[in-house]
Design a protein around this ligand. Structure first.
Ligand code: QAP
Ligand code: CO
Length: 171
């Protein structure tokens, strides 16, 4: 079991563009295990490799309450199935303690590979659709705070910067 360090906003490394995985290797499978350990430990429902400073297109997710539905998405592609938008309150392990409404596409199709390199398709609505869009944003260097007003985003940034300064002094 390995808990990885999660980068926190406004760390510039969260802005890195993730590269597609060419071949899924044992090394990727080990990273995926560690990402699940890290996400469950937090606890969270979704984590992108970007957040643990690995810049490859890998996402882990589990929306269940009992760790019973682990999902892996490698090189995910999204197709909009319905133009409807839905607003949902989002949080992020890289923006701890802050939750805000974000509008996302309500109904989409995801094409991705699993941890064995096997391609699959998944039709997503509701929380699953929201979460996959949130995590795919991470792979593109984007955060949910980017959808907020400058004022709200600045307030969050300043509070986190202050926490980081205090934590650094403690160490
Ligand atoms: C993304 O986020 C998400 O602030 C996953 O103090 C969230 O797992 C998509 C977390 C909501 C859609 C809706 C956040 C844990 C976990 C915090 C997470 C915190 C501790 C966030
Ligand atoms: Co996030």
């Amino acid at each position: 079991m390995a808990i990885l360090e999660i980068l926190e906003y406004p760390d510039p490394r969260l802005r890195t563009l993730a590269k597609p995985v060419e071949t899924v290797t044992d090394q990727h499978r080990q990273l995926i295990k560690d990402m699940f350990d890290t996400m469950y430990d937090a606890p969270g429902i979704g984590l992108a490799a970007t957040q643990v400073n690995v810049h490859e297109q890998i996402i882990v997710m589990d929306l269940s309450e009992d760790k019973s539905e682990p999902r892996v998405f490698i090189n995910p592609k999204l197709t909009i199935l319905d133009g409807e938008k839905e607003k949902m309150q989002e949080g992020c392990l890289s923006v701890p303690g802050f939750y805000e409404d974000v509008e996302r596409i309500e109904h989409c199709l995801i094409e991705a590979m699993d941890e064995n390199g096997k391609a699959f398709e998944l039709e997503a609505t509701g929380l699953l659709a929201v979460c996959i869009q949130h995590e795919m944003d991470h792979l593109n260097g984007k955060l949910f705070v980017d959808y907020l007003s400058n004022m709200k985003r600045d307030r969050i940034r300043k509070k986190l910067e202050k926490q980081h300064r205090l934590a650094a002094k403690q160490a």
